[in-house]
Design a binder for this molecule. Sequence first.
Ligand code: PEP
Ligand code: MN
Length: 335
Amino acid sequence: MKAGAPKEHAERIIQEIEEKSLTPVPMYGVERTVIAVIGDERDISVSHLEALPSVENVMRVLKPYKLVSRETKPEKTIIEVNGVKIGAPDTVAAIAGPCSVESIEQMDQVASKLAELGTKILRGGAFKPRTGPYAFQGLGEEGLKILQATGKKYNMATITEVIDVRDVQLVTEYTDILQVGARNMQNYPLLRELGQAGKPVMLKRAMTGTIEEWLLAAEYILSHGNPEVILCERGIRTFEQATRNTLSLASVPLVQELSHLPIIVDPTHATGKLSLIEPMTKALIAAGADGYIIEVHPNPEVALSDAQQQLTPEQYATLHKNIQPIAAAVNKKIQ
Ligand code: PEP
Ligand code: MN
């Protein structure tokens, strides 16, 4: 629509689209409104739509993903959680916390330290997608309760993983951001359900997911009604054995060209190696990522999952200090 087009003109177009049994997805931006149309494009007469009042341009989106693409929405999406504007040009969103929620004491010890550093978003897994069935699977609903209570106590928002479509409602009740893990990036029933969740979703890249497959996975969530998706690069599996995964950092600026969605990086799972986490956090900030998610545990050696890669709160505090100049160099603040 033309800048400043009246709402009635947008509504008229929405109605015409619906009459053709296509799905309109209006996106009301600060400057202008974009109306995406989903369905069989053969049913659309471009010249007819172009003639309607306040229409500036009708364009076919050639990419297989439509709603997530920059072609559809040139303006970046900003998702605000607990005052942190994820995707804003001046923000590096900091998310930290243990791999798994283990106890109220464990969460308290870590969250109290993170809160002192100004971290506003706390992670902690309650449903764990473990490679082996005999490994710790998470505390389930009890873990969600602990995470929520700790978040409230320290005024932090929370993020936790949902691995089963049957748990979406439950997890949504307890947390502020829903995490889709790498192993579930292509779990389409789960993605569809998350389209209805009404809370932001952080979608991790699958270990063998191409960027196109990842964006198409995000498209599932948007096309089912949820525009608040944060992408998370967590490394891909390659022939390299020296690191747990291979951090594909070029995906950050590339995804930012292709999509308006915010993209953050998980340097913990991307490397699996303590000594690499700080250098890669510096690198992700320099590459323009909208944030990071890092595992921090009060006593990593006894952690029930991912013991080898979690930072102590002290190590995280050092990292937090050492990344400040990098953020300043790219005119951003760690939030
Ligand atoms: C996690 O964040 O704890 C996790 C399981 O990560 P990923 O899905 O990236 O392996
Ligand atoms: Mn983990």
